[in-house]
Write a new protein. Structure first.
Length: 620
């Protein structure tokens, strides 16, 4: 199952990766060997991302199938809890995570260097030349070719060629009735054979005069057949792998750490040198040195210090022309220093971004490996809770969760690369979010939670909006105590009388202080609700399907109390209702809910009458 899931996930991730670079492969005449090599390296690079998705996919399928066929319930009945069932798989996935880390640290750098080098070479390859009809083709650098019509045998009709490879001021124009286009043997030139045409060329480059008013000579040539040789390299040339080997994608863990240490030390040294240079060129140091010179010249006042000199008074003592000259000098010095260090800061920002990418790549080797375990702790409990095997539900859940993981991981990596977060914070964000989710789901699955049971939430919504919730009663295969029809009928008569009494005495509005004195609970309605549940429990021992079906018509009598647990607080509820304003809206809400209580009591009375008729008719 895991191998099948891994194959499916690898295919999905690989297609997503190739779709990103499909424009670099289409229309360039690449051989099947080049494309096959690129697909192979891309598949290797997609393995670390595919493994967590495969673990999630397989765990949801396996545990969902076990739950659907009640095998998990059988294990629990025999004393094997869900965590114990998961232990062997956890050990197996620890080895998978370790293998994923080894794969990323030793194989991925080499495969990514080869893949991105091959991708760069594919980008540099010239596309296959296809000259369209009726428009100018500018795919050949320095040339514009127009063809009015193309015939099936490759003959081109009414051609026009603009050669501006020597500049737009030295354009050579050639027109021909027809022609053919073919590639040279070495695939480095295009050979254009033209028939019955003319060519026009100005001789501006041969005119040595500088008088612009003088006429520029040109040359006209008429030909019956002519060949043009155009430089066009159509070969596939591989770039050197040294372009990518020094990047972060081509380094293992030790190389990344060594690069981080060396670059950090170099950047710290450069920043220290820049700070000293900025201080050396600042006005503060210059003024201090100037003041020191003044102090050394004034030997009469030996107690004078550089800090005691008032430079503002010295500036005000100068005439306006000298002050303007000083301001212009200061402005030009600041602009020169600002421009110089703006360039230096741009260089530092680029190097710091590359350093952060090394940090991100180093953390990525750990986070992708740990993601295998994190997704297992999510997928296995989810499968046990939803109890649905097969591909459909597993694909929906796996893809949804993986997209959620990918968005968080990509956002964290982007924040870490841009320097807004620390690399460890950005790269471990996805694990910090999903690992608690996995622990929560594991806890719920171990305690047979109905967390993802849609019927439970639907029933709760029905209760909130006052709708009836259907009962579910199954016929017992073995009945320990048979139903006593006489006693059961007497019990139904008593319930019917109790309902009649309640309907006569029940009022839509309860006195405010009585409501809070009873902690918001109607005792008579509560006794009817308890009696209904007891009758349903006793009637479930019947062998007749008519009785069982009619028992399912009994509603769950509610709204006799505002919410569970309110009666525990007794006098405190009474005090809150009497002395605090919150008691009024709570009281109004409870009175509004009593219309649903009256509806349930009427339904109980009707079902009881029908059930009595069934019991008495079968008893006869």
């Amino acid at each position: 199952m895991f191998v099948m899931a891994f194959g499916i996930c690898l295919f999905i991730v690989l297609m997503q990766f190739l779709w990103k670079y499909v424009d670099e492969m289409v229309g360039k005449g690449l051989g099947i060997d080049v494309l096959g090599e690129f697909f192979f390296y891309a598949a290797l690079s997609s393995v670390p991302m595919s493994l967590p998705l495969a673990v999630l996919f397989a765990s949801v399928m396996v545990f969902g199938s076990l739950g659907e066929h009640f095998e998990l319930q059988a294990m629990k009945a025999s004393g094997i809890a869900l965590p114990r069932t998961m232990k062997p798989l956890i050990v197996f996935l620890c080895f998978v995570s370790a293998g994923s880390f080894y794969f990323q640290n030793n194989i991925i750098p080499s495969s990514q260097v080869k893949m991105y080098t091959l991708l760069y070479s594919m980008k540099m390859k010239s596309p296959e030349l296809e000259i369209p009809e009726g428009v100018f083709c500018s795919e050949i650098e320095g040339y514009g070719i127009y063809v009015r019509e193309k015939e099936s045998d490759g003959l081109l009709r009414d051609m026009m060629i603009y050669d501006y490879s020597q500049g737009f001021s030295n354009v050579q124009v050639t027109v021909a009735d027809s022609g053919r286009l073919k590639m040279s043997t070495d695939k480095r030139h295009l050979v254009l054979q033209l028939y019955h045409g003319e060519s026009f060329e100005n001789l501006r480059k041969q005119n040595r005069t500088t008088n612009s008013a003088e006429t520029v000579p040109y040359r006209k040539e008429t030909f019956g057949g002519k060949e043009l040789l155009i430089a066009f390299d159509a070969n596939f040339n591989r770039a050197s792998e040294s372009l990518m080997q020094n990047r972060y994608i081509g380094k293992d863990l030790s190389s990344l750490q060594a690069t981080i240490d060396s670059v950090t030390a170099r950047l710290d040294s450069i920043k220290g040198e820049y700070s000293r240079q900025i201080y050396g060129a600042s006005y503060r140091k210059s003024l201090r040195e100037y003041a020191a010179d003044i102090v050394s010249d004034r030997q009469k006042n030996l107690s004078l210090r550089a800090e005691d000199i008032d430079f503002d008074k010295m500036y005000e003592a100068r005439h306006p022309g000298a002050r303007l000259s000083l301001l212009n000098q200061a402005k030009s010095s600041l602009e020169r220093t600002g421009n110089e260090y703006t360039f230096n800061s741009a260089v530092l920002i680029s190097e710091e971004r590359e350093l952060r990418r090394h940090h991100v790549e180093m953390h990525k080797k750990f986070t992708l490996s740990l993601a295998c375990l994190v997704f297992f702790f999510i997928g296995a409990p989810l499968g046990a809770i939803i109890r649905k095997g097969g591909l459909g539900m597993a694909v929906i859940i796996s893809v949804s969760l993986f997209i959620f993981y990918y968005v968080i991981d990509h956002a964290g990596a982007t924040l870490a690369t841009n320097g807004m977060w620390l690399p460890c914070q950005g790269m471990w964000l996805s694990s910090a979010v999903l690992f608690p989710l996995g622990m929560f789901l594991s806890f719920k699955a171990a305690h047979d939670s109905v967390l993802l049971d849609g019927e439970v939430y639907a029933d709760k919504l029905k209760k909130i909006f006052g709708q009836s919730v259907a009962r579910k009663i199954e016929k017992k295969e073995i009945i320990m105590y048979s139903l006593d029809r006489v006693a059961f009928a007497a019990r139904l008569d008593a319930l019917l009388q109790r309902c009649d009494t309640f309907m006569k005495q029940c009022r839509r509005w309860i006195p405010y202080f009585v409501f809070w004195a009873n902690a918001g609970e109607d005792g008579a309605a509560k006794r009817i609700a308890d009696e209904v549940e007891a009758i349903v429990e006793e009637g479930n021992n019947s062998e007749q399907n008519l009785v069982l079906n009619k028992l399912m018509d009994y509603p769950f009598v509610g709204h006799y109390r505002l919410w569970r647990g309110l009666s525990k607080y007794g006098r405190r509820c009474m005090a809150a209702g009497w002395f605090f304003p919150i008691g009024i809206p709570v009281y109004l809400l409870a009175c509004f809910g009593r219309k649903y209580l009256l509806r349930d009591i009427r339904a109980v009375r009707q079902v009881t009458e029908e059930l009595l008729e069934i019991i008495r008719s079968t008893h006869k």
